[in-house]
Design a protein around this ligand. Structure first.
Ligand code: GAR
Length: 210
């Protein structure tokens, strides 16, 4: 099965959704590592309960971002993942550290990319008067939240909505979107090619698996 490493910084509800999808038999994959930049990340506790190896590297122990990122991804590589899933990993990653993972790292971002890269996406969508908001899963490139989009989930912004209500309504949709994308990758039905994101009904010839 596809070997997956999850990176998460915060609450960990998207990581939980991935583990739950596997428990339900909807994700033919093996979680080989949960890594974090924060010792108190929720995803680490979940991993420990599930018997998945964990890794915490504190950015404050490194002189700069590049050194940290190179060290982090070197340690992650020891677990030989095929795919890295950023599930609420709240750091910008150095381009050189990303390079070995081109086409093998995905991220979930709470906006309808290319709208609202970066932070405070819900607030910005409401303030702009948008009729719709959503979340995107995309392949990670050196451009922040700028890599090729794989799939999106959309919801209508209601009258009198604030960022808390909007993010609370979006979150359960994220919990469906991310495992669904990972399941397609695990089934070799989704990959990044030179032409962009490729989907297929049948397993594609250039699978992600190494
Ligand atoms: C999610 O809403 C995710 O889309 C977002 O952080 C939240 C993490 O929640 N990610 C980003 O903003 C990435 N720039 P979780 O820790 O409960 O999964």
């Amino acid at each position: 099965p596809l070997r997956i490493a999850i990176l998460a910084s915060g609450r960990g509800s998207n990581a939980a959704a991935l583990l739950a999808a596997r428990e339900r038999g909807e994700l033919p994959a093996e979680f080989v590592l949960v890594a974090s930049d924060k010792a108190d990340a929720g995803a680490l506790q979940l991993a420990q309960l599930a018997g998945i190896p964990t890794l915490v590297l504190d950015p404050r122990d490194y002189p700069d971002r590049r050194d940290y990122d190179l060290a982090l991804f070197e340690r992650i590589a020891e677990h030989k993942p095929d795919l890295l899933v950023l599930a609420g990993f709240m750091r910008i990653i150095d381009g050189d550290a990303l390079k070995p993972w081109a086409g093998r790292m995905i991220n979930i971002h709470p906006s309808l990319l290319p709208k609202y890269r970066g932070l405070h996406t819900h607030r910005r969508a409401i303030k702009a008067g948008d009729a719709e908001h959503g979340a995107s899963v995309h392949f990670v490139t050196a451009e922040l939240d700028g890599g090729p989009v794989i799939a999106q989930t959309v919801l209508r912004i209601e009258a009198n909505e604030d960022e808390n209500s909007l993010s609370a309504r979006l979150l359960p949709l994220e919990h469906q979107l991310l495992p669904a994308v990972v399941a397609l990758i695990a089934a070799d039905r989704l990959a990044l090619s030179e032409e962009g994101v490729v989907f297929d009904r049948e397993p594609i010839r250039k699978p992600l698996r190494m």
